[in-house]
Design a protein around this ligand. Sequence first.
Ligand code: ADP
Length: 340
Amino acid sequence: QFPFGRRLPCDIYWHGVSFHDNNIFSGQVNKFPGMMETVRKITLSRAMRTMQDLFPLEYNFYPRSWILPEELPLFVAEVRMMKDRNPSWKPTFIVKPDGGCQGDGIYLIKDPSDIRLTGSIQSRPAVVQEYICKPLLVDKLKFDIRLYVLLKSLEPLEIYIAKDGLSRFCTEPYQEPTLKNLHQVFMHLTNYSLNIHSGNFIHSASVNTGSKRTFSSILCRLSSRGADVKKLWSDIISLVIKTIIALTPELKVYYQSDIPAGKPGPTCFQILGFDILLMKNLKPILLEVNANPSMRIEHEQELSPGVFENVPSPVDEEVKVAVIRDTLRLVDPQKKKRKD
Ligand code: ADP
């Protein structure tokens, strides 16, 4: 840590939030310029839409999305057209503020007319997206997967996917969305930061029980039920690669403007957090990409009302220590020298 500035050049610079630091001319930085902007909900949705227009079948792992407020008329028109074509279609949509995180400001709607237009949409752009109504349930609960992906280099494109990730569980049994349960966040949203407050959240010392588990423990369970876990992994790998390919053009523009070819500068790598939902039929769906996934290996425990203490979280530790360790091994400059 350099609280008062740095004097000597380093092999690896580990920044907390973003790439920016004008005094780095060599070595490696753990952030890409422009990554935060590139994975915001609106930018990601735009990049995915471009690819969906070009390769609809290859990119069918991202829910159909519209950008608000600019595409509100399009959203209304397309939903009306689809409903006219198929009167039995009873969709649900999820509205997510751009740049939001931890479930902040998210709500579900049944009809485009339910979008809350007062104030917030004008001042806060958002994405409205088809809601995946039939997620895979474990113990009757909805859950999502956080996978850690190392983008080691843009050119050539080098991507590593951690073999284990986290599964974050809802804390109320899942029911398909109805007007009555749309507002029940503990049933529909898997965010840890929300469910921790539900009263039903289970902190477990074991990696295969509780409200946060390892993804490998879910895979074991699916495999024992006869699921084709190999195919699931290969679908997930394909989702990750295609998503990064969709983001690459924008990332290269940022990269070339911050580190022009021929000028001394660092190379970059970055750990990304991919949030993935599994549908009942085991198809993985991309929810979002996080540029700064939390690497905390502790959680807060309420000892008595209002008194909190940080305690170790074995599940986080098992997954995240391995991610950081393997990342450092992969970007190790000594290793590169030996290879050369
Ligand atoms: P945030 O950045 O606020 O966490 P997300 O896009 O990750 O926003 O959405 C929050 C949660 O909402 C997800 O973890 C997931 O449980 C649920 N969710 C988001 N999008 C969908 C969707 N299209 N279908 C079903 N559930 C979704």
